[in-house]
Design a protein around this ligand. Structure first.
Ligand code: SAH
Length: 350
């Protein structure tokens, strides 16, 4: 068997790194730019599609590098709003899911950052079987590339809100963002990229120092540590005060407003006392709140807050000067919370 593991994953290299590699294998530096554009702008399927490279060079590349591509295993299309849920297969047989949401202002893709997750949030399906592995930068990029090719339209927004904790795969996340927003790549503006985290404080602070312009979303889900700990094990490691300090730091360093995600669970975090505590907590944070009625998963007995509770919660926050939106439910007919499509697929197969 060929020793794939010794080959470099070419689609995960920055343009600078690719230039160095070309020099090392005795090629002119300008080849790097051509290859990079083939991969990240023209979304070539393989080395053979790179028609301005000689056959000899293409063979050399095949011998030295792996060319990561995802295979489309399944796609579910909503009849209501055109939302698409994709199931992609990776080279090692693992599967991940990604979602396309179509808005008037453009196409938004929600990508996974890991296969599975080890954060253990109680309401989330992605974490039920723990972490399988991190995704490579190329595997994060490919989710967007495959979807853009599938629909034949440009993707304008990317949210790293699928399965996985992006801050738990930090270096690959950063490389992914740099390639995605690079001029010779899809050139998606960093302001159109959102990274969502459960609140890993040291990484959030590091992220603030990277000189990026991406939006940070924090999965808050509770106005105090006691309730938060019942929903999110990570709250035991990082108290809310430290998490919010890191959000403040992110805003100071980047000028970007932080989004606070708050999934409403009936009887757990959705009464008006909690709304009051939340408005107090976020008073000077310059952020905005995104309310999400929790999407129940069958492995847990959490119940979605009813419409009235959601509206009351929202109105309370607004009256207290907090900017708040309710997450539009997309693709209700192909529903299933984060990670559910993958779970169903694996259970059917296994
Ligand atoms: N690990 C990252 C990103 C992935 S989850 C994070 O924690 O932010 C994206 C968002 O969906 C998070 O706010 C997460 O808490 C939320 N989420 C996960 N499962 C959910 C469910 N069943 N119902 C509602 N929100 C959910």
């Amino acid at each position: 068997m060929e020793k794939e593991s010794t080959k470099t994953d070419i689609k995960s290299l920055s343009l600078g790194e690719l230039q160095q590699q070309m020099e090392q294998i005795g090629e002119k530096a300008f080849r790097a730019k051509q290859i990079y554009q083939w991969m990240h702008e023209k979304l070539a399927e393989d080395f053979d599609a790179m028609s301005n490279l000689s056959k000899a060079l293409r063979e050399k590349l095949k011998a030295q590098y792996t060319y990561t591509c995802l295979s489309k295993e399944d796609v579910q299309i909503s009849q209501i709003d055109g939302t698409r849920k994709y199931l992609f297969g990776l080279a090692d047989g693992a599967v991940i899911e990604s979602v396309l949401m179509r808005y008037e202002h453009g196409n938004s893709v929600c990508i996974s950052s890991q296969v599975g997750c080890r954060m253990g949030c109680r309401f989330c399906a992605s974490t039920l079987d723990g972490l399988e592995r991190n995704l490579l930068p190329s595997e994060m990029l490919e989710q967007i590339y495959q979807i853009q090719k599938d629909i034949g339209e440009r993707i304008s927004n990317v949210v790293v809100m699928g399965s996985g904790e992006p801050m738990d795969n930090y270096d690959n996340l950063l490389q992914f963002i740099r390639i995605l927003s690079s001029e010779q790549g899809l050139n998606i503006s960093q302001r159109s990229i959102t990274v969502s985290t459960c609140g890993i404080v040291p990484r959030m602070r590091q992220f603030a120092d990277e000189g990026l312009q991406v939006t940070l979303a924090l999965s808050l889900h509770a106005p105090n540590d006691a309730v938060r700990k019942t929903l999110m094990p990570v709250a035991n490691a990082y108290p809310l005060a430290a998490v919010l300090d890191a959000c403040r730091y992110y805003f100071e360093k980047t000028g970007r407003r932080v989004t606070f995600e708050y999934s409403l669970v009936q009887g757990v975090n959705d009464n008006l006392e909690e709304a009051a505590a939340l408005s107090k907590l976020l008073q000077h944070m310059h952020g905005h709140v995104n309310l999400i009625p929790v999407n129940p998963i069958k492995e847990r007995d959490f119940v979605q807050s009813d419409r009235r509770a959601v509206m009351n919660f929202k109105n309370y926050l607004e009256k207290n000067g907090i900017h708040v939106t309710i997450r539009r439910e997309m693709g209700r007919d192909i529903d299933g919370a984060c990670g559910q499509l993958r779970r169903r697929y694996l259970q059917k197969k296994g």
